[in-house]
Design a protein around this ligand. Structure first.
Ligand code: GAL
Length: 649
């Protein structure tokens, strides 16, 4: 397990560099990430490079056996570029150019941005591509699928549509443009979703294509950089860092050409009062591991209270700096870099807390970090250890985009049900894979495929085959609603899944913030929220029924024997207890080994290397917990992780 830090030599007095590097070495830091925003210091004037300071910094770390992750600085072109090419900035939704002064305001399709990016990347990779100290490359920083509304991007969107659909007639058909007389008769009529009105007023079919284009657009930029880096730095791993944001590119496509997945992990420092809230970052961590189905890196890890542009969050409670990093290891990371070494004392990110305060006096958080470094050293044999899971949850970026475009009902958002299912299965001490909907399902016993709203026939076929061969599939509300164009499939819900489910949605009720009691056959009553599919069984057994409204007594949850397997359908969005109940029933039925009676907020994950099994037991609560685990008494402090090695058994 490797620990590193994100470091900005260009922000600090040179006199500090050596001190910092010495302290890093002494503490056990193995990697530093450098230069992602340093373009103005690397190329202070167009075509004039200054690598002396970076040479010096890299050298300083290399001498202390600290490797470097070097970044392409393309997120922040220097101001000379914007001065020369004022239209190189992104254009906002209202058609106005973005103002410079923050970061990431470049249009990645502007020829000057591309040419200047090429030049700086070539210069950097020629200089450092073969350098031993450079262990990996990071492309740009947190590339998001942002929409730029400039004419170039618009032209690219038209081209993208042409490539995909072929002709205006085909686009008109696919987007249903006859509605509101929006049929195109020339390519120039195709516009991005400009305007002050909400995207919700735009045609959902068009908007889904636009979201896919925005994702593809940024992925193309990333792929282009990856190829460029590899020309001069063959064999060095290349990645980019992402976060769980409102504008995620399709990670499965984005990382297909990159060597490893890197995630920016900022768990909350204040746990929500309502235990119902899905607060564990375990879902995100499992999702990031699932992108390449391989160990991943955390490129930025929480180091203190978050702040700067928003009011500051609480500081990290004792245990969080270390515990959250170990939680990432438990879920499949093998390298974690902390953001940041020291709190900034200049610039926009002042008050975003690093491991060391701006005073440069190492304190409580730093001591905890030093302790993490010692623990990570002791966990060296876990590096590369696999996480094997019997349970998988499928994710679809098409559905994520489509639900953003049409949010269905008050409070409804795509990731709630995947997260609740994840929480339900992990509460049983099981490893859970969160993977792309196109992944191979062999090896799994239970596959949750919540809200497959945009229907890809290949996915539905794979799910049919999986159940037929003996697997358990869990489907939910809003399955099979749309076709690949994001138009409604003209069939009764859940359309392509109807035979598997063994029930049909006779009617639905989007109840938003209201609730409806759902009564299980065993008498348990759990509230349904947001959505009620009123199910008519066609062979399925009824597991739970609504207990109110005009559909009292109608089926809410069903279970159907299909082929050699079983298919569940959850027709409402429940409180956590609903998913807990279904997870337990499916796990028992599938005969999986699980950990009964884990206290809430205790997570158990298992990593396997050769014949060694490592159990990670994490207390995610801000209070100590004492409980029996596999025949022994365990006491965990708040945010404490215990790693039980096989020898401990
Ligand atoms: C990340 C970003 C960093 C820094 C950090 C804290 O999203 O990549 O550069 O801004 O947030 O603000």
């Amino acid at each position: 397990m490797r620990i590193g830090v994100d470091y900005y030599p260009e922000h600090w007095d040179r006199a500090l560099w050596e001190q910092d590097a010495d302290l890093m070495q002494k503490t056990g830091v193995k990697l530093v990430r450098l230069a992602e925003f340093a373009w103005c210091r690397l190329e202070p004037r167009e075509g004039e490079f200054d690598f002396a300071w970076l040479d010096e910094a890299i050298d300083l770390f290399a001498k202390r056996d600290i490797g470097v992750v070097l970044c392409t600085p393309t997120s922040c072109p220097p101001l000379w570029l914007y001065e020369k090419y004022p239209d190189a900035v992104m254009v906002e939704k209202d058609g106005q150019p973005t103002r410079t002064g923050i970061r990431g305001h470049r249009c990645i399709n502007h020829p000057a941005v591309i040419e200047n990016s090429r030049r700086i990347i070539e210069a950097m990779t020629k200089r450092y591509g073969q350098c031993d100290a450079v262990k990996a490359w990071q492309i740009d920083n947190e590339l998001e699928a942002y929409f730029c509304f400039c004419e170039r991007c618009n032209g690219k969107f038209r081209k993208w549509l042409k490539n995909k659909h072929g002709s205006l007639e085909a686009i008109n058909r696919a987007h249903g443009n006859v509605v509101w007389s929006n049929e195109y008769s020339s390519w120039e009529q195709i516009q991005p979703p400009y305007g002050h009105y909400a995207d919700a007023w735009m045609n959902p079919a068009y908007m889904l294509d636009y979201s896919r284009f925005a994702s593809d657009n940024v992925i193309e930029f990333s792929n282009w950089q990856a190829a460029l880096i590899r020309e001069n730095s063959p064999g060095k791993p290349v990645t980019t860092n992402v976060w769980y944001s409102g504008h995620m590119p399709d990670f499965y496509r984005e990382f297909a050409t990159l060597d490893f997945m890197a995630y920016d992990n900022y768990p909350v420092t204040r746990l929500p009062d309502d235990p119902e809230e899905c607060f564990s970052h375990a879902f995100h961590l499992d999702m990031m591991r699932g992108v390449k189905r391989k160990p991943f890196w955390v490129m930025e890890q929480l180091s203190g209270g978050m702040g700067c542009w928003a009011p500051m969050s609480r500081t990290t409670s004792p245990g969080m700096v270390k515990g959250y990093a170990l939680q990432a290891f438990a879920h499949g990371a093998d390298t974690v870099l902390h953001f940041r070494w020291r709190t900034a004392n200049i610039g926009a990110e002042m008050h975003w807390h690093g491991l060391i305060d701006a005073s440069n006096v190492p304190g409580r958080r730093f001591e905890e970090f030093a302790d993490l470094c010692r623990t990570a050293r002791a966990l060296e044999d876990v590096r590369g250890a696999e996480i094997r899971a019997d349970v998988a949850i499928l994710i679809s970026f098409d559905s994520e985009y489509a639900f953003k475009i049409q949010p269905q009902t008050e409070g409804y958002y795509y990731f709630e049900q995947p997260q609740r299912l994840h929480r339900a299965f992990t509460a049983l001490g099981l490893n859970v894979d969160v993977i792309g909907q196109h992944e191979d399902l062999s090896g799994y016993r239970v596959v949750c495929a919540p809200e497959l709203y945009v229907t890809d026939p290949a996915v539905s076929e794979r799910l049919h085959a999986f159940a037929e061969q003996g697997g358990t599939v869990i489907l939910t509300t809003r399955s099979g609603v749309k076709d690949m164009n994001n138009n409604i499939i003209m069939d009764q819900l859940p359309t392509v899944y109807r035979d598997m489910v063994g029930a049909v949605v006779a009617e639905y009720n989007p109840i938003g913030a209201d609730t409806v009691p759902v009564r299980f056959e065993d008498g348990a009553v759990i509230n349904g929220r947001q959505w009620c599919d009123i199910l008519e069984p066609e062979g399925a057994e009824v597991v739970a029924r609504y207990d109110a409204d005009f559909y009292r007594g109608k089926a809410a949850v069903t279970r159907n024997a299909f082929g050699k397997g079983v298919v569940w359908y959850v027709g409402t969005v429940g409180r956590q207890a609903l998913y807990d109940k279904i997870a337990l029933a499916t796990v028992r039925e599938a005969g999986l080994d699980y950990v009964p009676d884990l206290p809430p907020q205790v997570e158990v994950t298992t990593r396997v290397a050769d014949s060694k099994t490592f159990r990670f037991v994490f207390n995610h609560a801000d209070a100590p917990q004492r409980f029996r685990f596999e025949g022994r008494e365990l006491t965990l402090a708040p945010f404490e992780m215990k790693v039980l090695k096989p020898t401990d058994r």
